[in-house]
Design a protein around this ligand. Structure first.
Ligand code: ZN
Length: 986
């Protein structure tokens, strides 16, 4: 193909203005008519009106009765009932609503019960705070009453706001983790796990928040990169034994020290051993200033060369050995003056990345340390108590001081250790904090309940790999690694606001565990009778908590004081809420942080009791960030309220967007790890929805006189461009459903939106405008296009509905009038998707190649013209002989219509190209024409050998018709033949 910019100067010619004088032909045209407003103003009122006429609860009731439909279960991850909703909640619930509404239109019945996570420390603390009591309040019943009240009020407020967003869900059947049915099922779940040996109680180091005095799960930690610790180099004096003389045969040896580096000086109180790596090389350094000898790993020598007494190489190396050779040495405790021989032991976890290569081991204060204590039979000694104060009654100077306080416990430790500390400095590093209290945590040994995740994780991984589909693609990788990483899961907490772990212990020193099925069943009966579990704390007579058969043991028993971790609460939701569905949901849909939270706790518990995952699909959405990609946080002050986004205002100065626009934003953003919520992003969404609205309004307006039953033209009789559009529609719908079925809602939506703005608006609506407006109302061409407009409007509206339900309902109401559905207009979601018949929409190879050639010509033409009015120009096509034949076929196919129908004044070629006229010439004429017209050819590369042509563009010699505005009249101000003919008739 060659393109010639023929008559390159034509654009500069003065255009002659063609006036229609005073004659108005407007009344002779079929201009679009509809009540559908083009404006986006008053969106809130408009959406509210729609919601009043089509209440969500009515739709929910209707759909619940469609029992013949296959069920789709979306299981709601319960948000915490502890305060106002933020933009993250909005994104989450709208995303769920989009999924649910899609499934409903796709022919499913939905189960979607909103839920709330009502227990836990934040609620307990907030409740106490609101009531101006401190958290030391020891009356559990008061605490529980306040917390329950707080949670109930908070969740009711949240519920009202969720409902105001028009979320389609079972709002009359919400679940709460403090409901008695929920607790009863949780007790049974606990018992089943216990019976399977998946639960155990053990003394273990756990993350402990001294601030709230409770164990914390890994997911309740937040790492502070700027935490300041006091790091120390401290020496432990070795005891003399035979081994030393083997390693250092010299005589006159002074004191020999192991040099230790630690960032938690307080933990030295719990020290029980020193670990070395057996493969590392260690040196013996003898100081020049004294006879003292220090042991340090060779590769870490640089660390100590910086400070006295090692600086300036004030030492000589008098020997070396491997770590394995140090094993068997013993040392004197750095704090306590006891006779015990504390050992040097081997451990792989010691590296030469940091410190001295000799690691102090405090089994109560580290998980590696704890594992070593089991292997080497070391004692677990807690250096601190539950409030984080040093625990050493025998050393008055230290006892009771705040371990983490630089000016208290740390300073006292430095003073106490005095000369044994060779160097100390402030270290800024990442350190775990209690994510709610925002205070540093400690690792502390305590008796806790655990789930044996090591026995569950292989199966859990298998389910993730084989049975669960995770969307978006690739998001599941982190889930796999998080499932593998968790060494154990501590499920007990030492608070009041939660579900008690239903066990008893003997009152004697052994504190033996007492639990059996009778106890569980007895407690369940009590819950049913009392309507709550408060009696666990309020009951003064322990007999009330025990089955009759155990009353004789009552005196020797006491009730457990632990409650379940909230992740156990919420993770067990499948066991209650999905009971009727085989304890498995079709989908869980939450933010990606839940891979380490609710997704994981649910998966582990489900793996434990039912040997499968509680979900078959997971959709993971991102976190909302501000315009600078920063996480929303109260302290930065960049938190966006959902109401600002919907109703307008706020710091971002949002427009009055309404729900559809905000939902469109959700659908386009939610799959990204970071979902940007800026005024600019919402304005873009606003514009997209507005543009879509206008294209659909155009379709609708042109259907005012179209009755589908009466005027519809069968698919095989549609003229070329109309038939081609049904084919395009079929393609786009197929893509949409593939995407939505794969939870790629964003791709499906973008495809539909691009189609509306592209092929539909720029091509189809432009080229058919003339026949719709200017041909007689009942003309064949007009009805052919209206048939396709109707189909497009119906199908596209349904596909937009899950994302923009209000726009969809508005259009649906108008469509119902066209369809003559009578006065009662139902909800757009009471329909199923309209699907097109693949065979009917398939196009012949002739039509396909015709459309490919014609669209190619059209694009070329419009590209050359840029924004000039295409109708003012003629196209001259110089064609090869082969192309001539092809072009003849193009014209035949484009103009094809049923022989029974008379179609007058139709120029399909010009209609599609939107030019004045198309002239055909032979390629052989080109040379002559160029000479005649005195222009030199521009040699452009041959682009396409399938259809060989050269296009020349020239001003049309015809005039604008005052009625149709096409450049087709023979004389100025005269009607064209068609318009003349039609205006005579009318
Ligand atoms: Zn005309």
């Amino acid at each position: 193909m060659r393109i010639l910019f023929g008559y390159q100067n034509i654009f500069n010619r003065n255009l002659r203005y063609v006036s229609s004088k005073s004659v108005s032909y407007k009344d002779t045209l079929n201009m679009p008519k509809s009540k559908f407003a083009s404006t986006m103003k008053n969106r809130i009122k408009c959406e509210n009106d729609i919601r009043q006429k089509h209440p969500v609860n009515q739709l929910w009731e209707w759909q619940s009765k469609q029992i013949h439909r296959p069920l789709f279960v979306l299981h709601d991850g319960p948000p915490f009932a502890n305060g106002p909703l933020h933009i993250g909640h909005f994104l989450n619930k709208i995303q769920k609503d989009i999924i649910v509404r899609y499934k409903l239109l796709n022919g499913n019945r939905i189960d979607f019960r909103p839920g709330w996570d009502c227990h836990g420390l934040p609620i307990e603390l907030r409740a106490l705070q609101e009531n101006k009591r401190n958290s030391d309040d020891k009356d559990p019943i008061v605490v529980r009453k306040l917390a329950r009240q707080f949670a109930t009020e908070a969740l009711e407020k949240q519920k009202t706001e969720f409902q105001s967003w028009g979320i389609l869900a079972d709002w009359n059947n919400c679940y709460r983790t403090f409901d008695k049915e929920y607790i009863i099922d949780q007790f049974r779940l606990f018992w089943r796990l216990y019976q399977k040996g998946l639960l155990y109680r053990q003394y273990k180091p756990v993350n402990w928040s001294p601030t709230v005095q409770s164990a914390l799960a890994e997911s309740e930690l937040e790492y502070n990169d700027k935490h300041k610790s006091t790091a120390i180099y401290v020496r432990f004096r070795l005891k003399n034994n035979d081994l030393i003389s083997k390693l250092l045969p010299q005589t006159n040896l002074g004191n020999i020290y192991a040099l230790i580096w630690t960032t938690t000086p307080w933990s030295l109180l719990g020290n029980q051993a020193v670990a070395v790596n057996e493969k590392l090389k260690y040196l013996f350094l003898k100081l020049f200033t004294s006879n003292d000898i220090y042991i340090v790993a060779e590769s870490l020598l640089n660390n100590i060369n910086k400070f006295s007494p090692f600086s300036n190489n004030q030492y000589e190396i008098i020997g070396n050995c491997l770590g394995s050779q140090l094993c068997g040495l013993t040392y004197k405790h750095p704090i306590y003056n006891d006779q015990t021989n504390y050992p040097i032991i081997i451990s792989d976890h010691v590296s030469d990345a940091i410190g001295t290569g000799l690691v102090h081991i405090a089994p109560a204060h580290g998980s590696d340390d704890f594992l070593l204590s089991i292997k080497h039979n070391l004692q677990c000694v807690n250096a601190v108590n539950l409030t984080g104060h040093l625990n050493c009654p025998s050393i008055e100077f230290l006892h009771g001081r705040n371990a983490l306080d630089k000016n208290d416990g740390i300073e006292a430790m430095l003073k106490y250790l005095n000369s044994d500390i060779l160097y100390h400095y402030e270290l800024i590093h990442s350190y775990p904090y209690d994510w709610r209290a925002k205070k540093p945590v400690l690792i502390l040994g305590s008796q806790q309940w655990f789930i044996d995740t090591t026995r569950l994780r292989d199966n859990a991984r298998k389910y993730i790999l084989e049975d669960v589909k995770i969307f978006p693609e690739g998001a599941g990788k982190s889930f796999l690694s998080m499932t593998s990483q968790r060494p154990y899961w501590c499920i007990s907490r030492q608070r009041y606001w939660g579900v008690p772990i239903p066990v008893f212990y003997t009152k004697d020193d052994k504190k033996e565990l007492v639990i059996n099925e009778d106890i569980i069943e007895h407690l369940i009966q009590c819950i049913q009778k009392e309507e709550s579990i408060d009696f666990w704390w309020s009951s003064n007579d322990i007999k009330e908590l025990l089955p009759v058969s155990m009353h004789n043991q009552a005196e020797n028993l006491e009730r457990g004081k632990d409650i379940f971790d909230v992740w156990f609460d919420s993770g067990s939701s499948f066991n209650t809420i999905l009971k009727d569905f085989n304890c498995q949901a079709d989908i869980y849909c939450e933010g990606h942080d839940q891979f380490n939270g609710w997704f994981l706790s649910s998966l582990l518990l489900s793996t434990g009791i039912q040997a499968r995952a509680p979900f078959s699909n997971i959709f993971v959405h991102g976190f909302v960030v501000d315009k600078n990609n920063q996480k929303m946080s109260k302290s930065i002050g960049n938190v966006i309220q959902p109401s600002d986004m919907i109703f307008g205002g706020g710091k971002e100065k949002f427009n009055e967007n309404g729900l559809d626009v905000c939902r469109e934003w959700v659908a386009r953003e939610s799959y990204k790890p970071q979902c940007k919520a800026s005024g600019e992003d919402l304005n873009k969404a606003h514009k997209r929805v507005f543009d879509i609205r206008n294209v659909l309004k155009f379709l609708l307006g042109n259907l005012y006189d179209f009755k589908p039953d009466k005027h519809r033209i069968s698919n095989e009789n549609l003229v070329a461009i109309d038939r081609y559009m049904t084919y395009c529609l079929y393609q786009i719908l197929t893509k949409y459903h593939n995407d939505f079925d794969q939870y790629k809602m964003y791709h499906g939506l973008i495809a539909i939106e691009d189609f509306i703005q592209g092929d539909l608006s720029s091509l189809y609506c432009s080229v058919t405008k003339d026949r719709l407006y200017c041909n007689p109302s009942n003309s064949y061409l007009r009805r052919s296009t209206q048939t396709v407009f109707y189909l497009l409007l119906k199908c596209l509206n349904e596909r937009l509905a899950p994302v923009m339900p209000y726009l969809a309902q508005e259009l649906y109401n108008e469509l119902s009038i066209i369809e003559n559905k009578g006065n009662k207009i139902n909800d757009v979601f009471e329909n199923k998707f309209t699907f097109l018949d693949k065979q009917l929409t398939e196009i012949s190879s002739e039509l396909a190649s015709t459309m490919s050639i014609i669209l190619h010509l059209r694009n070329t033409y419009h590209e050359i013209l840029q924004n000039r009015r295409a109708i003012l120009y003629d196209i001259v096509l110089y064609l090869s002989d082969k192309a001539k034949l092809q072009f003849k076929q193009v014209q035949d196919v484009l103009g094809k219509h049923p022989s029974s129908v008379k179609v007058d004044f139709w120029h399909p070629l010009e209609e599609l190209l939107q030019c004045s006229r198309v002239h055909q010439r032979s390629l052989s004429d080109l040379e002559n024409d160029l000479i005649e017209e005195n222009i030199s050819s521009v040699d452009l590369p041959l682009l396409d050998d399938k259809f060989n042509y050269i296009m020349k563009i020239q001003y049309s010699s015809l005039h604008s018709c005052p009625r149709c505005r096409l450049q087709v009249s023979e004389n100025e101000n005269e009607l064209c033949v068609r318009c003349f003919s039609y205006s005579q008739k009318s």
